[in-house]
Write a protein that binds this ligand. Sequence first.
Ligand code: ATP
Length: 303
Amino acid sequence: MIEVRNLTKYYGSIRGVEDLSLKVPKGAVCGLIGPNGAGKTTTLKLLCCLLKPTSGEAWVAGVSIREELKVKKLIGYLPESQILYGFLTVREHIELAGRLHKLPRAELKAKAKALMEELKLSQLEDRRCGALSLGQRRRVGLALALIGDPEVLLLDEPTSGLDPAQRASLLKLIKAMAEEGRTVLLSSHVLHEVSEACSTIAVLREGRLAYHGSLEEFRERYCPIVEVEAPGVEKLESEVKGMWGAKSVKAERGKLTVEASDLDAARVGLVKLLAAHSLPVRSLRSPGLEEAYLKLVGEEGAA
Ligand code: ATP
């Protein structure tokens, strides 16, 4: 698990993060999101001991970040920009990282092979790292983060530079890692990925925590909307007004958008109402991760 308490980092007079407190339980994936410069990388670097805090405290798998050597054994860190030794092949690089973790030779070989398969690097194992594409380098970086079998994964924009198939398989891998009991904190600018992989999110804004909790609550707090699609549903606009604490109702052809204070009541009520009018529900959804994010951080913070 990860615990952060009143963590603050100033670079001279520039605020990196201030008074950050959050907990990520063991086996959970938390997404760190926020506009450019919000403090995501600073937070991850503090947790992996690449930066010293100005004040505050944090623990990684129960170990204080002041105990650098112990922390480094427990974490796998994927930096925002991966620096690789260009003269080493992919396999040599992964095995070197494994040796730094003092893995026994046979285990090291087997793990490196398994990771290369999982990260679709097997065909590249003899290629020098200097000759890899951006996405390929990212995958090698992940293998380096994972080779030590870390309890905690700190991933700075892990999917950047990956193609859609690789993104999907990486998100699956991250979820599987968490199911095995690892704790993951990852930063991302891609909200739908965050919603796929993460159980909670922490939104940073200008170095401060603006929200920490479930995605569901985030959506409902900042964008409490239900959209229902059915042919002819627009004729129910006036009937829906004022029900379930509806603050606004927007009718378009075949679609009603309801902003309500009690979203669950609105969902149940809409389905019943449509059934009573024999209108077939084509879809019922709550949009809004993106909308909720924009409401919280403002348009200038668009991810
Ligand atoms: P991005 O999404 O662009 O990667 P971020 O959320 O990761 O941004 P950080 O890199 O943590 O943001 O930066 C937080 C703040 O700290 C920014 O104002 C940044 O300019 C500042 N900062 C980061 N590193 C340094 C540094 N080495 N020296 C001075 N200021 C820094």
